[in-house]
Design a protein around this ligand. Structure first.
Ligand code: TYM
Length: 331
């Protein structure tokens, strides 16, 4: 049976890219009866300078958002990473199974380490902690965006190294990456880039918690080109094609039917239509986020139930690991 695991940093609200590219596929897997575990990776979020009250708030906002998007704690395991101590402990153990040059060459480390003057050790071992997340639950499939591919390859390398030294224990996990053009949601300000939370321009991303007015404004200002008709040519016309793609994703219509319906519209009118469709799709999600945020005790309870389920699996894995490595004294 497949065992699905994925993680997401508590960065506050999700943007449309995370939602369409990551969270919605998790919900689809969950609803197809796969065994899904979703982890809010707060330990990863302290590897860059952070603000403690903001982090705490962001954990709640992320939990509320995941619940609002359809992660169902009755079907899936949803928990906060730091609530399960085994993640940090296993990170330590795995850190002896790889080398410093291997970590130094990972693209995300190279990018992020440029942003700080003195590079924290945590940023360096970040992908080892990510491998620990995956391996503790013996995950077989890890749905992620393509920016995470190298991290998944490190997890595969660590599983192979471990199995070779201490005996067959961990499955070699597969990344599930939405390969289609359609899973790439692009920046509204610069359609040569992906929509990203680290984008300096807030108009470039649509957040799930944005008000309908703000969403309409951002789509109205989206960068397109000087041709006014609507077509789907991601190569030549990335801006308009990105809107067509978003439109098709939120309505569930095919690209072709979206384009056919827009033949009489110019770009300005079409943007209004896309904005309406996005607002309509996000409305119930936004309402649910608000709903969950006013019931924090319920969320705390749900997350603790999730952590308890996770802990049982994690402890079982780690007990076996300690046994095989000769750690401790238990027979
Ligand atoms: P994070 O929190 O940066 O992003 C969460 C997920 O969203 C995907 N993503 C996108 N997909 C499509 N289009 C976009 N524009 C877009 N932007 C982001 C990311 O690829 C990711 O899948 N290191 C991970 C978190 C993590 C993890 C794990 C993931 C920690 N432990 C174990 C899987 C398994 C991260 O920073 O994701």
């Amino acid at each position: 049976p497949r065992k699905i695991f994925s993680g997401i940093q508590p960065t506050g609200s999700l943007h449309l890219g995370n939602y369409l590219g990551a969270v919605r596929p998790w919900v689809q897997l969950q609803n197809a009866n796969d065994d899904v575990t979703v982890c809010i990776v707060d330990l990863h979020s302290i590897t860059m300078p952070h603000n403690p009250p903001q982090l705490r708030e962001n954990i709640f906002v992320m939990a509320a958002t995941l619940l609002a998007c359809g992660i169902d704690p009755a079907k899936s395991t949803l928990f906060v990473q730091s609530a399960v101590r085994e993640h940090a402990e296993f990170n330590w153990i795995l850190s002896s199974l790889t080398t410093m040059p291997r970590l130094a060459q990972l693209p995300q480390f190279r990018e992020k380490s440029r942003l700080v003057k003195d590079v924290p050790l945590g940023l360096y071992v970040y992908p080892v902690l990510q491998a620990a997340d995956i391996m503790l639950y013996k995950a077989t499939h890890v749905p992620v965006g393509e920016d995470q591919l190298q991290h998944i390859q490190l997890a595969q390398h660590l599983a192979r190294t471990y199995n070779g030294r201490y005996g067959e224990t961990f499955p070699i996990c597969h990344a599930i990456i939405e390969e289609s053009e359609a899973s790439r949601v692009l920046s509204l300000r610069d359609p040569s880039k992906k929509m990203s939370k680290s984008d300096g321009n807030p108009k470039a991303t649509i957040n799930l918690a944005d008000s309908p007015d703000l969403i309409a404004q951002k789509i109205k200002k989206a960068v397109t080109d000087f041709t006014s008709d609507i077509s789907y040519h991601p190569g030549q016309r990335p801006g308009v094609s990105n809107l067509v793609n978003i439109h098709s994703q939120v309505t569930g219509q095919t690209i072709k039917s979206v384009v056919d319906e827009a033949t009489t519209l110019d770009t300005a009118k079409y943007k209004e239509r896309v904005a309406e469709a996005v607002v309509e799709h996000l409305r119930p999600i936004r309402e649910q986020i608000e709903h969950h945020l006013t019931r924090r005790n319920e969320m705390i309870y749900l997350l603790e139930m999730g952590a308890e389920k996770a802990r049982q699996q994690a402890q079982r894995t780690l007990d076996d690991v300690k046994q095989r490595l000769g750690l401790g004294t238990s027979p």
